[in-house]
Structure formats: C-alpha cells, structure tokens
Design a binder for this molecule. Structure first.
Ligand code: ADP
Length: 291
C-alpha cells in the first residue's frame, strides 16, 4: 500500500498514520520527523532546514525530495508506505510521480483530512500544553505565531495539491472533524474501495457489508493497472474503472461520514457548551505529541 496523507498542521495526519502502520505493518515516512532528526543531529541538511522550519516556512524542494528518494529505497519501505508531510508543493508531487514511475511503483491514493481551520489552533495548543505537563520538549514551531505561518504555507503551497491529485483521480477526502476512531474507519473503508488492502484479511463484518462490493471491483482492476505496460490499452481501461469505482465508494462513505460528523459535531457542541470551548481531542494530542 502506498498512500499520501494530506492536510494542514493539526489535521490528525500523524495520529492516523500511526494507526495505519500498526494495523497494516507499513512504514510512515514523515518529512517533518526526518527533518527534525536532521536538525537534532546537526547534519548539513539539518543546518539548512533549521531556521526555515523554526519560522514556519518550507524547506527547499530539492532537499526533501532527496530525503524521500533515499528513504523509499530502504528495505522497510518495500512493503508500502504512508507519506505524511510530503509532498507539500506541486514540484514535490511531480518529483514523486517521477520517482515512483522509475521504480514501477503505483500510488494507491491520496487521502485528504479536511478540518475546520478554527479547530487547528486549539488542537495544537492542547498538544503543546500536554507536552509541557509531561515535561517533554515542545516543537519550536508549535507557537501560535509560527502556526499561523505554517497554515499560510499550507494554503499557498500545499493546498494546490488537492487540485493536482483530484485531476489525476487520486484524491479522496475524509472529514477530519470526526472522532479519531471514525476517521480511522473512514480511511479503512477508502483503502478497501481503492483496492489498497484485501477485504478478507482486514475488514470487519460490518465494514465488509458496505465496502466489499466496490473493493472487489477495484482490486482486480488495480492489479491489472499495476502490471500494465505503457502500450497496453486494457489495463489502462481497467485502471480507469478502478478509479471510478473507488470514486464511487467514497461518495457513500462521505454521506455516511457526513451524517456521523453531524452527529458528532452536535454532540461535541453540546459537550463543549457544558465544559467550555476548549474541547480537546485527547488522543490526537497524545499521539501527535510523539512527533
Ligand atoms: P506539520 O505538523 O505542520 O504538518 P511537519 O512535522 O510535517 O509539520 O513539518 C514541520 C516542518 O518541516 C514544516 O513546517 C516545514 O518547515 C518542514 N517540512 C516538512 N516536510 C516538508 C516538505 N515536504 N517540504 C518542505 N518543508 C517541509
């Protein structure tokens, strides 16, 4: 399985990536984490990235593309990977397409976690407060000022990727305002629909009921697409079919997700009305704190 998680800071990419790697045994490739490690180790890359990261800007494309190119060559990435924080610009996405093409690898899909911007600052603030409580070192870019800059970078440089991948029929969107558990379930359903995972080994009975059909259609087509030589027409058709059915499935998922989201939002609103405005998704902050 090769997927990209796309979303602004605080959208829950790290949390969901953690859950995916535990469940499917693939690796998470987080450029943010790799860069932080480089900064901590004082490598040449780290030295180049340090100031840029601290100010909320983006590290040059050639640097992160180089890091990812090396990383996907590692044996542990052979089974598949989740890209978290990469690509972050259109040139990075183009470079990734090239990298994968040269290695005859296929991207299963791009999952966008869509969240209300107003929730992001709260989420990050809570994460910081909890890290402080635990006596952990807080990320230098987790301040309200830098977060505003990170959000601006996301909007201007990363958001165009939504259009990029949707044009290439790779994009699926999940409502990131649902509970962590619900988001995980929605992602799971998408992965089934995309044929990125096998229904029998991973689906629970209830999930299989709703998702088995499109997944069954999508899987053989995807395999055909993977084996496809450039000239072969059939596999191309099959791949098209797969992306169609994959597209169809999220629709149903989206509807269901919307319903649940509405419920959740209502519930949350009620709860926070009682508790005060800062209703923090505990698990999100806990997991994100690890990064
Ligand atoms: P976030 O939690 O904001 O998504 P990350 O942990 O993914 O942040 O990344 C932290 C910082 O590392 C970014 O603000 C940016 O400076 C740098 N960075 C990470 N990934 C990339 C990338 N693909 N391209 C450029 N800069 C990156």
């Amino acid at each position: 399985m090769r997927i990209i998680l796309l979303g602004p800071p605080g959208s829950g990419k790290g949390t969901q990536a953690q859950r995916l790697i535990e469940r499917y045994g693939i690796v998470q490739l987080s450029t943010g984490e790799m860069l932080r490690a480089a900064v901590a180790a004082g490598t040449p890359v780290g030295l180049r990235a340090k100031e840029i990261m601290a100010s909320g800007g983006l590290v040059p494309d050639d640097v992160v593309v180089g890091i990812i190119a090396d990383r996907i060559e590692q044996p542990d990435a052979k089974k598949g990977f989740i890209l978290d924080g990469f690509p972050r610009t259109v040139p990075q996405a183009e470079a990734l397409d090239e990298l994968l093409k040269h290695r005859h690898l296929k991207l299963d899909g791009v999952i966008e976690l869509r969240v209300n911007e107003s929730a992001l600052l709260d989420r990050v603030e809570t994460r910081v407060a909890q890290m402080r409580e635990r006596g952990e070192e807080v990320r230098v870019d987790d301040t309200p000022e830098v977060l505003t800059k990170r959000l601006a970078s996301y909007r201007s440089q990363t958001e165009p990727l939504i259009h990029y991948y949707s044009e290439r029929r790779k994009l699926s969107t999940v409502d990131g305002m649902m509970t962590i558990e619900e988001v995980t379930r929605a992602i799971h359903r998408l992965l089934l629909a995309l044929g990125a995972i096998e229904p029998k080994t991973h689906a629970k009975a209830a999930q299989a009921k709703t998702s088995a059909k499109p997944a069954a259609k999508a899987a053989p087509a995807r395999r055909a697409g993977e084996k496809a030589s450039k000239k072969a027409k059939k596999p191309a058709k099959a791949a098209k079919k797969a992306s169609k059915s994959a597209k169809k499935a999220p629709k149903g998922t989206k509807k269901a997700a919307k319903k649940t989201a509405k419920k959740t939002v209502k519930k949350t609103a009620k709860k926070s009305a009682k508790k005060g405005p800062k209703k923090a998704p505990k698990k999100v902050t806990k997991k994100r704190a690890k990064r």
